[in-house]
Design a protein around this ligand. Structure first.
Ligand SMILES: *Cc1c(COP(=O)(O)O)cnc(C)c1O
Length: 400
């Protein structure tokens, strides 16, 4: 499905670290932080051990505590909602836009107004298990909006920022899939109060494992540096811990790889863009296949995965099995977060609550996608997909 793009120079950069005295907290993380902050035009970059760790710290930074509410999307990788649960807070899911699959800004605005209304209208946004909550208490509990830029496509941030500002809510951008993307000419990750990028091997650029928070806020920067390092403040000695912290540090080998990848990031992005173009060209006119939609607010798409949607009469899972049989891997991206077993159990979520998300989750098909895939392989994948769809059409026509 994916393969990291690693050069000999990058292998050398990691080896150099291994020959140096600093395997953690050395010069490489500082350099990586500086390079990335500069790229997204933010004052601070704070390297962490994963995207999930970064998002967790941002939730803490937004002052989210037990029983607080955070608005987010159910159409995402599970980590973006889990970080809310880490602080014993409650995810308030709103459904997505059917074309972009990003959080629908008009529903975000509606949810904020209702949750702040101190009336029973607030309840329709709460998870079923919390229906009996007091609407007056609820109003004070809403703290933040956690936006996800899904598949490298920036969410529609302008209306979301507007409603957040009006109601004094923090905005966290989960930009783990969107490094390099631009919204109205501005980098994804530069728009909220805090944002997080991730560097797992299938992302647009990798550090092996790793993540980076970016922010303009000096106080949050200090807080994040302390929280990632066992709660030490900069003036603390090694065994003084000013607060409850974590070990979310990014090691030097990962930081060296990340910095080297970032230095040639435009090349990495351009390669992926070219591959997406190959897929688009071959699949645009195929019956029953919808290629990715790019809205006008996206001035640059950063291709994380290549996900098509199959028409509702097609059995997507059967297509995946048939493709597998022909040696072509594919994935169903994503499985709705609210329907994950422990979300159902804890919050009482059930099918039918977020119909756009649920329909999309049944129709999406991610195809093999990475920067160094060849055009012949893309051609092969597309031919197999078209042939599988044709085969299924014949089966349907023959009837039961
Ligand atoms: C990859 C990803 C994360 C988490 O990143 P890790 O580094 O794997 O912890 C979070 N949110 C989204 C949307 C992601 O795709």
């Amino acid at each position: 499905m994916s393969a990291a793009d690693i050069t000999v120079a990058e292998i050398g950069a990691v080896s150099d670290v291994l020959r140096s005295p600093h395997l953690s907290m050395g010069p490489n993380i500082l350099r990586f932080e500086e390079l990335l902050a500069e790229r997204v035009q933010k004052r601070h970059g704070i390297g962490v051990s994963s995207g999930t760790a970064g998002l967790h710290l941002c939730v803490i930074g937004a002052d989210v505590k037990d029983g607080d509410l955070v608005i987010t999307t159910p159409f995402s990788f599970v980590a973006s909602a889990n970080v809310i649960l880490y602080e014993r807070a409650v995810p308030i899911f709103v459904d997505v836009d059917p074309r972009t699959l990003n959080m629908d800004p008009s529903q975000v605005a509606e949810a904020v107004v209702d949750l702040k209304s101190e009336t029973k209208r607030a309840r329709r946004w709460l998870p079923p298990a919390l229906q009996e909550s007091d609407p007056v208490e609820i109003a004070d509990r809403l703290k933040a909006i956690l936006v996800v830029h899904v598949f490298g496509q920036p969410a529609d941030m302008a209306p979301i920022m507007e409603v957040a500002k009006k109601h004094d809510l923090a905005v966290i951008e989960d930009a783990c899939e969107a490094i390099g993307a631009e919204y109205d000419g501005r980098p994804a990750g530069s728009l909220g109060d805090t944002a997080v990028f991730a560097f797992y091997p299938n992302k647009q650029m990798t550090a092996g494992e790793g993540g980076m928070i970016v922010t303009d806020d000096d106080d949050l920067e200090s807080l994040f540096r302390s929280l990632r390092n066992q709660g030490r403040d900069i003036f603390d000695s090694w065994l003084t811990h000013s607060r409850l912290g974590f070990n979310y540090r990014l090691d030097e080998m990962s930081a060296a790889l990340g910095a080297a990848q970032l230095e040639r990031f435009d090349q990495l992005l351009a390669r992926r863009e070219r591959v997406a173009g190959w897929y688009n060209k071959r699949l645009e006119d195929v019956n029953a296949v919808t290629t990715p939609f790019v809205p006008p607010t996206t001035t640059r798409e950063s291709w994380f995965v290549y996900v098509v949607r199959l028409a509702s009469h097609i059995d997507r899972d059967a297509v995946m099995v048939a493709l597998e049989g022909r040696g072509v891997p594919s994935r169903a991206y994503f499985s709705p977060i609210h329907l994950q077993p422990f979300y159902r159990e804890r919050f009482g979520f059930r099918e039918g609550q977020f119909p756009v998300t649920e329909a999309a989750a049944k129709a999406t098909l991610a195809l093999p996608f990475f920067g160094r895939i060849g055009e012949e392989l893309v051609d092969h994948v597309c031919q197999e997909l078209v042939s599988v769809l044709e085969e299924q059409r014949r089966v349907r026509k023959a009837g039961p």
